[in-house]
Design a protein around this ligand. Structure first.
Ligand code: NAP
Length: 333
């Protein structure tokens, strides 16, 4: 396994992290036994960074990670757990907004520690900026939890450059978690340069655009109720065909390198800088194994140019989220 430093103050983590969201229903039903086997396989391969959110399956994802860690027989210190908090949900799985007030930070953290069966969280971050709460107050509250020994590092998620600066002025930020892939390159203009300037790492999610640019997605593929892809503009009729044409162009480049589409898409993100750690959302061992193959794929300048020609920046059809969800993204303001 290769390792990367998350920002100038963050932990040293595996160059690819495992995102566990899909194991708790966000992409339709997932098999729990296979999910746990996938977490174990990731650890066996040297993956140390595991990303979750307390709202993924309303706590289910954290309990799954607890069970996977316990049954792995590994020491807690061998992995870094990154947890997002703040998203409010109802019993039907609906989304009610975000709460990142200082007292909410303490409350969410207490529940996460209990569900994860651990005494500390390695990187703790609000899932979205709470527009009603200055970021300084949220970060200050997490910093207090560092002092108390419950949290090791502070991260952010989907915030813009100005919020990054304000937060970092209160306490060093280890990493910004944000969507970044061949077809989601919005961070390159301002957010990524700001993160680099401040010494903040990036944990990139959606590197396969939720499976759309994995090489396995079909235009006629059905989505189960509750699958995020059922409401994603990029998977919508009319857009999906345009996007899959980009995938076929990428496939030609990948095959010439003896790699798969998914490996090429992940390797492209890895090649964008040492401070960037892709999170892959594999929920089956077979997919994980394919994704980790990206670490062996070295892309030179000619390869990167061929990839850029196959999938030019801005060529994707559709926004990365539906309008209602886009409205919660400080990174898109
Ligand atoms: N901060 C945020 O706002 C935010 C938002 C979203 C996600 N995240 C985090 O980032 C993680 C990754 O995001 P994501 O799930 O959207 O990422 P992704 O890696 O772009 O998409 C994952 C999906 O791609 C499909 N896939 C196909 N081939 C694959 C392969 N070889 N390896 C892995 N997946 C493959 C899988 O679908 P099938 O299983 O159906 O084949 C999987 O569900 C999440 O688990 C979560 O922890 C953060």
């Amino acid at each position: 396994m290769d390792f990367r430093q998350l920002g100038s103050t963050g932990p040293r983590v595996s160059a690819i992290g495992l995102g566990a969201m899909g194991m708790s229903g966000m992409y339709g039903p997932a098999d729990e036994t296979e999910s746990i086997a996938t977490v174990h396989a990731a650890m066996d391969a040297g993956v140390t960074l595991i990303d979750t959110g307390d709202f993924y399956g309303m706590g289910h994802n954290e309990l799954l990670i607890r069970d996977a860690l316990r049954s792995s027989g590994r020491d807690r210190g061998e992995v870094q757990i990154s947890v997002k908090f703040g998203a409010l949900r109802d019993a039907d799985g609906g989304w009610l907004g975000n709460d990142a007030r200082p007292q909410a930070v303490k409350n969410f953290l207490a529940y996460s520690l209990r569900r994860l069966g651990t005494d500390h969280i390695d990187i703790y971050r609000p899932a979205r900026l709470d527009p009603a709460v200055p970021i300084e107050e949220t970060v200050g509250a997490i910093a207090e939890q560092i002092q108390a020994g419950h949290v090791r590092h502070i991260g952010l998620s989907e915030v813009g450059a100005e919020t990054l600066r304000r937060a970092h002025a209160v306490h060093p930020i280890a990493d910004l978690q944000i969507e970044y892939s061949l077809i989601s390159r919005g961070i390159e203009a301002e957010i990524l340069p700001t993160a680099r300037e401040l010494g903040i790492g990036i944990t990139a999610y959606g590197v396969l655009s939720r499976g759309l640019i994995s090489g396995h997605w079909r235009a006629d593929q059905a989505t189960a109720p509750g699958d995020f892809r059922g409401i994603s503009p990029r998977f919508a009729a009319g857009n999906v065909d345009t996007n899959l044409r980009l995938v076929e162009a990428l496939r030609a480049v990948a095959e010439a390198k003896g790699a798969t589409v998914a490996q090429t898409a992940i390797a492209w993100v890895l090649a964008q800088g040492e401070s960037i750690v892709p999170l892959v959302g594999a929920r089956r061992r077979e997919r994980l194994s394919e994704a980790l193959g990206a670490l062996d794929l070295k892309l030179g300048a000619d390869d990167l140019a061929a990839i850029e020609a196959a999938v030019p920046a801005g060529a994707a059809a559709g926004d990365r989220y539906a309008a209602a969800q886009m409205a919660h993204l400080d990174s898109e303001k």
